[in-house]
Write a protein that binds this ligand. Structure first.
Ligand SMILES: Nc1ncnc2c1ncn2[C@@H]1O[C@H](COP(=O)(O)OP(=O)(O)OP(=O)(O)O)[C@@H](O)[C@H]1O
Ligand SMILES: [Mg+2]
Length: 358
C-alpha cells in the first residue's frame, strides 16, 4: 500500500506547531508561517471588526488594542461549555480551536502543494474523552474525515522524537513541560525496541502556572490592583506578559526587570524568587512521576535519564528543581519535540499507554 501524506499539528497552550511527512519519506518537514518563517505561531484567535477570524500573530496584535475581541491560549478552555463573547458575539471552544488547525492545514497545503490523507493531533494525557472529541471535531472542520484523525498523548509523542527510532537499552522518563501542561512518559527500550509503558500529566505545572504565581507575587509586592472592566482586563494582561518576560529573561540573565508603562512601575525578579515560586508549581507533577515509577516497581535511581522537552524546560529554575531527580538530557528542539514525534509511525496511538512500540 502506498504510504500516505500525514499532517501533524501540535496545538500547544502557547504555540501551535505543524509538520508533515510525504508518501516517499518519513523525514518530517516543518510548516513555516510565511510572514515570520518560524515553525510556530501563537495559539490565539481573535475577531476582526469586519467579522473574520484572525489567528496567531494577527490575533495577538489585536489583543493589545482590543483584548475583549481576542481569545489567547484557547487550548486551556477546550472542555468548557460556556461560549466566550468576542466582540459582542458568542463563540464556543470548537469554533475557536478550529481556527489554528485550519490555519496550520492551509499553510501546510500551500507549502506541500497538495492536501493530506491523515491528521495527527497531540493531547495532554489527562485530556478527557470530551476534550479529545472537541479536537476531532476541529480536525473535521479543518477538512479531515474522523477516521483519518489520530490523537497521540504529548509525552508519548515527545518520547518518539527525542529518543529516536532505536534508543539504547534502558529506562527513561521523557517530560514535556510546555506553556500549560506537564506530560511525562515512562519508556523502556530493550534490544532497540522501545515502549511507552506508562504516562502521567498535570495541567497546572507549565509556564502558565508559573506566570500565575509570578503575577500574584508582583501584585502583592507592588500593591497592584487591576481595577474593573476593560481597563482591569488590560492590566491583568500586561501583568501576565510582564511575568512571562521576567521569567524568560532569567533564562539568560542573573536578574530580570520589566517596566510597566501604565503604572510607571519597574518590576524585578531574581532567580531565588523564581525558584521559590516554581517549587509549589512543580511539586505535584514530580509526585505524579514518583507515583508512576513506584507503580512500575521503579525509582528515580533506576532511570537512565530524565529527558526534557517543551519550552518551559529551558527555564533554569525548572531545571534546578528537576536536576536532583535524575541525569537531565535535553531534546534537540524542546518546543518541536512533540510535533516531530507526531510524525513518527507507531504501532498504536494509544491513550493511557499500554506498550506503545515505535
Ligand atoms: N528560555 C525560556 N525560559 C523560560 N521559559 C521559556 C523559555 N523559552 C520558552 N519558554 C516558555 O515555554 C513555553 C512554550 O513552550 P511550548 O511551545 O513547549 O509550550 P506549548 O506546547 O505551547 O504548551 P503545552 O504543551 O503545555 O500546551 C512558553 O510559555 C515560554 O514562556
Ligand atoms: Mg506543547
Amino acid at each position: 500500500m502506498a504510504r500516505e501524506w500525514l499532517l501533524a499539528v501540535d496545538l500547544g497552550t502557547t504555540w501551535t506547531k505543524a509538520a508533515y511527512t510525504t508518501a516517499d519519506s518519513t523525514d518530517p518537514v516543518l510548516v513555516r508561517v510565511p510572514a515570520t518563517q518560524l515553525a510556530w505561531f501563537p495559539t490565539a484567535v481573535a475577531r476582526s471588526s469586519d467579522g473574520r477570524w484572525l489567528v496567531g500573530d494577527a490575533a495577538q496584535a489585536r489583543r493589545t488594542s482590543r483584548p475583549d475581541w481576542c481569545w489567547s491560549e484557547v487550548k486551556r478552555e477546550l472542555g468548557q461549555h460556556e461560549p466566550r463573547m468576542l466582540g459582542g458575539h458568542p463563540f464556543g471552544p470548537v469554533e475557536a480551536v478550529t481556527q489554528p488547525l485550519l490555519y496550520a492545514a492551509r499553510q501546510a497545503r500551500r507549502q506541500a502543494g497538495r492536501g493530506f490523507d491523515r491528521l495527527t493531533l497531540s493531547a495532554p494525557v489527562i485530556f478527557s474523552d470530551e476534550q479529545r472529541a472537541v479536537l476531532v471535531e476541529a480536525g473535521e472542520n479543518a477538512g479531515f474525515a474522523p477516521d483519518t484523525i489520530t490523537i497521540v498523548d504529548e509525552g508519548a509523542a515527545a518520547a518518539r522524537s527525542v529518543l529516536g527510532p532505536r534508543p539504547e537499552d534502558g529506562t527513561w522518563v521523557v517530560a514535556d513541560i510546555g506553556g500549560g501542561t506537564f506530560d511525562a512518559a515512562l519508556v523502556t527500550a530493550d534490544r532497540g525496541v522501545a515502549a511507552v509503558i506508562d504516562q502521567v500529566g498535570d495541567d497546572r505545572a507549565g509556564a502558565h502556572a508559573i506566570d500565575t504565581a509570578i503575577v500574584a507575587r508582583l501584585r502583592e509586592r507592588y500593591q497592584i490592583d487591576d481595577g474593573d472592566g476593560e481597563a482591569g482586563r488590560r492590566r491583568a494582561g500586561y501583568l501576565r506578559d510582564a511575568a512571562r518576560m521576567l521569567r524568560e529573561q532569567l533564562a539568560e540573565q542573573r536578574s530580570a526587570d520589566v517596566f510597566l508603562p501604565d503604572l510607571l512601575l519597574e518590576l524585578t525578579l531574581t532567580p531565588a524568587q523564581l525558584g521559590e515560586l516554581v517549587e509549589p508549581v512543580l511539586a505535584p507533577a514530580i509526585e505524579h512521576c514518583a507515583a508512576m515509577l513506584a507503580r512500575n516497581d521503579l525509582g528515580w535511581e533506576k532511570i537512565n535519564a530524565l529527558v526534557l522537552s517543551g519550552g518551559a524546560s529551558r527555564d533554569p529554575a525548572v531545571r534546578a528543581r528537576l536536576a536532583p531527580l535524575a541525569a537531565l538530557r535535553d531534546a534537540a528542539n524542546p518546543e518541536l519535540a512533540v510535533v516531530l514525534g507526531l510524525t513518527v509511525p507507531a504501532e498504536a496511538p494509544s491513550r493511557t499507554i499500554l506498550s506503545l512500540r515505535y
